[in-house]
Design a protein around this ligand. Structure first.
Ligand SMILES: [Fe+2]
Ligand SMILES: [Fe+2]
Length: 197
């Protein structure tokens, strides 16, 4: 197993036992992930509205939203492939806890998006390792997809961090430091389930 390097310096590593817990109910895992990808696309489009004064930001975020929609479609197709249905959205306690801590408007929205993308990247890597360790689970077709997703979400984390830095300068770096501590607290507090977060 190679070491994982998250795109942002996350301050709480997910324990290795997490992947087995998440993979215990793959229909729930993929359903939840489909909802997350759709929300990620909507987040990018929503943030683009607020960054119209930065010439390259709307196009960058449109491209990011396009990638998330592609992930959404492909996760839905994966559900179909396995003969599963899209289960109801049970909400995302992790993201909700982060948003409850936000108090600095657009800066916090960009940084929350950055840390969620970075955590997604770590969790996808763990799922990939977990699925590879249990080939009998029938995840083989998913390994390449998970790896591709993981690389994509890493790029998204860096894009959101760059946008925050461009827009808010040094204040963004100080606030990111604060968010990395909060994210570590939140991720340790949220119970494990068959979901990426
Ligand atoms: Fe995605
Ligand atoms: Fe993403």
């Amino acid at each position: 197993m190679t070491d994982f390097k998250p795109p942002l310096a996350l301050r709480a590593a997910t324990p290795s036992g997490w992947a087995a817990a998440a993979l215990a109910d793959p229909e729930a895992l993929l359903s939840d992930h489909a909802h997350c990808e759709k929300k990620a696309a909507l987040t990018a489009l929503n943030l683009a509205k607020h960054l119209g004064d930065m010439p390259h930001a709307p196009a960058l975020l449109a491209r990011l939203a396009d990638e998330e929609l592609d992930h959404y479609r492909r996760v839905l197709e994966g559900l179909q492939l396995f003969g599963w249905t899209l289960l109801a959205d049970r909400g995302n306690a992790y993201a909700q806890a982060l948003h409850r801590l936000a108090s600095k408007g657009l800066l916090d929205q960009l940084l929350i998006a950055a840390v969620i993308e970075a955590r997604s990247c770590e969790r996808l890597w763990l799922l990939e390792q977990g699925a590879a360790a249990h080939p009998t689970l029938g995840y083989a077709p998913w390994l390449a997809f998970l790896l591709e997703l993981e690389r994509c979400e890493a790029g998204h984390a860096l894009a959101y961090r760059s946008l925050a830095e461009e827009k808010f300068g040094l204040a963004a770096l100080a606030r990111l430091d604060w968010w990395l501590d909060r994210e570590a607290e939140v991720v340790r507090a949220v119970p494990w389930r068959s979901a990426v977060h």
